[in-house]
Each structure stands twice: as structure tokens, then as C-alpha cells.
Design a protein around this ligand. Structure first.
Ligand SMILES: [Zn+2]
Length: 388
């Protein structure tokens, strides 16, 4: 079956950021066979999709998310020490397989609308997340959380590993959904547990590991007090600093941390809006990328960053790096999405559709605090127009 997408503004996302006006894409089965400018070839029986001049580009990758938290958006705004005082007690009360299924379905709609075709998720009852992504037709790395803080889906670490086993057995070999294990963070997952995760990862090299890392001031203090180390060093000591580890946040990383991370070939997920909203600081994205670490742009969960719209992250990423450097020079706009490394931009072409009005309500999202949510996420400028 041939599909021809015609009359498109093509962004192939090549290193030189080429733009092809009035272009076409020829798709054979599930393969992009050709892109080009001008009139497409005439092919008998081909399905023609007229893009009407809209942007056609590879699907984007969101490397750090807690999709199901779409149901919690707007709750606990501006609460200090939010994780322990607000989020965890609430999750213990409300997070069930059904909540995860419904919240993930809702959040996945938002991801797709924003042009995201691959997402790395960390949450609870993650088998439910995998099933939703499977049905939605997008790619996912679905990370079952392992933590010591009495999470909603495992009372013991053994029970947490049993959930990981269940996830791996259901999705092993799936063409789009990759099972993953997610020790929550160095301060919330005992080092003995992280060592057990490392042994699991040794035995299952096909299962990626995800972790929140070097995110908070309190984490620095905790790691110094309990281990006499920095968070990156704690993860290294546990044997987890390894190729392909997806490290979310990484605000508090020193020059030697960056060297270790680059040497170990980890990846970083940068969550600019979420970090800024929590007042955490600015991650040294430029230094990490300069060291050769792939740093992808992520949204974090919709309760933390308030939106799953990846495009809305790009401007804050650039602006915050300029603030960090006290200069206009760091992180030119076109460099923002270009540093995610392998894996970014390998999705199928996705027609970006924006039906939202500037300042209008988001069509999908329930909101605990409408004023706060409007302030932080719902005032889209209709960047790409209504593509229907
Ligand atoms: Zn997170």
C-alpha cells in the first residue's frame, strides 16, 4: 500500500535543519520510501493525503514522563516539599490500575496531539501503561517504579520486582512497547535495592533502566549525609551508571559527574519547565551535551510540568540556558531539539494538528486548580494553526 503525503512543509530534522516547502512523502507499507520537493510521482492506487501546507516531520520523543498523572494536573500547585507532603499521600490513596489506565489514555491523547510518537514513562502499575500505549499505536519505554516509600503498587521490594517480571513477560519482544525498570531516585530507593536493580539489568540487557537523578538540593544533602557521596556517585556505587541509563533532571551535576556520565554512556532527560516551576535550578545542558551526553527534552509528568506539549518546552530550555550563561549566546533555538541522540526522530511522519484557540481551555484535561493550570499550561498561541 502506497501513501503519498503531498503539499507539505517538510522538516526532515537533518543536522542542517533543512526545510522543504511544497514537499511530498512517499510511504510504502510502514516505511518512508522517499521524500522530495515539488510534484510527487504518479502511482496507481496510491492514497493521497493533502497536508494543505502543514508541517510534516518525524514524530518526537518525550524521554521522561508520568503520563497517568494527567488526572492530577493542577493539584498541589506551589506546595513546598510537595513529593512527601502531597504527592505520595495522594497517590497511596488514589492510584489504582484503573486510575493509571484512564490517566494514561488521557495523557496519551495529549502526547499524540503534540506530535510525540515515543515516550519514556515511569509510574506504577506500568503494565497498564504498556497496554494503553500498545492500543494507541505509539512507542513507549514503560518503567515500573521500584521505591522504598511505600508506593501505591508494592508494599515490599520483592512485590515491586514481581511487577517488573509481569511487565517484562507481557511486553518482551513487543515491536513498540519496551519494558523498563525504574528505581525512583537515590534518596528514595535504598542502595541495596539499586544494586539488585543493577543485577537485574545485567541479566536483562534488553530492559532499560530509568531514574530521577541529581534533581533536588535535599537529594544532595541526603546523599552526602548517608553516603558521603554525590547522587551520581551513589548510582555509580550501586553499579547502575551504565550505557543507556535514562537519567531524569540532572541539575546538580559537577564537572566530574558529567565526565563519569559521559564515560558510562548514560542519557539525560531535561525537564526545564518542571524544574523551573519547582524552583530547583537550571541543568547544565550545554556542558552535558558538550561532553557527548545525549540530552533529550522532556515534559516530566503533567502534575509537575503542567503540560505534555513538548514544543512548549523548547523556548524555556533556550531561555533558561541563556540565564545560566548570562548571555544570549548559549543554546540557540535550533539547537534545542537537536541533542537527543539516537532514537529521536525515528517515528513515522506525524501531521501536527492544533485545534486549540489561543488562551482557550485544553480540551482533554481535568484540572484541580484552573487558574494555576491556565497560567502554566493552557495558554497556547496556536503556533501551527488549525490543521484539522
Ligand atoms: Zn519525573
Amino acid at each position: 500500500m502506497t501513501v503519498l503525503v503531498t503539499n507539505a512543509t517538510l522538516l526532515p530534522c537533518t543536522p542542517d535543519m533543512e526545510v522543504i516547502e511544497g514537499g511530498y512523502v512517499r510511504i510504502e507499507g510502514e516505511t518512508i520510501a522517499e521524500i522530495g520537493a515539488g510534484e510527487p510521482p504518479r502511482i496507481e492506487g496510491a492514497e493521497i493525503l493533502d497536508a494543505g501546507g502543514d508541517i510534516v516531520m518525524p514524530g518526537m520523543v518525550n524521554p521522561h514522563c508520568h503520563i497517568a498523572m494527567s488526572l492530577f494536573r493542577g493539584l498541589g500547585e506551589d506546595v513546598d516539599d510537595r513529593l512527601y507532603r502531597y504527592v505520595l499521600p495522594m497517590e497511596r490513596k488514589f492510584v489504582t490500575p484503573e486510575m493509571v489506565r484512564v490517566g494514561t489514555a488521557l495523557g496519551t491523547l495529549e502526547l499524540i496531539e503534540a506530535g510525540v510518537t515515543a515516550v519514556a514513562d515511569m509510574y506504577y502499575f506500568e503494565t497498564e501503561v504498556g497496554r494503553v500505549l500498545d492500543r494507541a499505536g505509539i512507542r513507549g519505554v514503560v518503567g515500573q517504579t521500584i521505591a522504598d516509600f511505600d508506593p501505591p503498587d508494592h508494599k515490599t521490594i520483592d512485590a515491586g520486582f514481581a511487577l517488573v517480571d509481569e511487565l517484562v513477560s507481557e511486553f518482551s519482544g513487543h515491536p513498540r512497547v519496551t519494558p523498563s525498570i525504574a528505581p525512583h531516585a537515590p534518596y528514595s530507593t535504598d542502595i541495596a535495592v539499586m544494586e539488585r536493580v543493577a543485577r537485574f539489568a545485567d541479566d536483562h540487557p534488553e530492559v532499560p533502566v530509568q531514574i530521577h537523578l541529581a534533581e533536588m538540593d535535599s537529594e544532595m544533602e541526603w546523599c552526602a549525609k548517608n553516603h558521603g557521596l554525590r547522587p551520581v556517585e551513589v548510582v555509580e556505587k550501586a553499579g547502575l551508571l551504565r550505557k543507556g541509563l535514562i537519567c531524569a533532571h540532572c541539575l546538580h551535576v559537577s564537572g566530574s559527574d558529567i565526565e563519569k556520565m559521559a564515560h558510562a554512556q548514560v542519557c539525560v532527560a531535561h525537564n526545564a519547565r518542571s524544574n523551573a516551576k519547582a524552583g530547583r535550578g537550571i541543568a547544565p545542558v550545554g556542558a552535558m551535551r558538550a561532553a557527548g551526553i545525549p540530552v533529550g527534552i522532556a515534559t516530566d509528568g503533567p502534575m509537575s510540568g503542567n503540560t505534555l506539549d513538548l514544543i512548549s518546552q523548547f523556548a524555556p530550555v533556550s531561555m533558561l540556558q541563556k540565564l545560566l550563561g548570562h548571555s544570549r549566546k548559549p543554546m540557540p533555538g535550533r539547537e534545542v531539539p537537536a541533542g537527543g541522540g539516537e532514537g529521536a526522530g525515528h517515528g513515522r511522519p506525524h501531521r501536527l494538528a492544533r485545534a486549540r484557540q489561543a488562551g482557550g481551555p485544553d480540551p482533554y484535561q481535568p484540572c484541580g486548580d484552573t487558574h494555576a493550570a491556565c497560567l502554566r499550561s493552557l495558554c497556547h498561541a496556536g503556533l501551527l494553526g488549525d490543521a484539522g
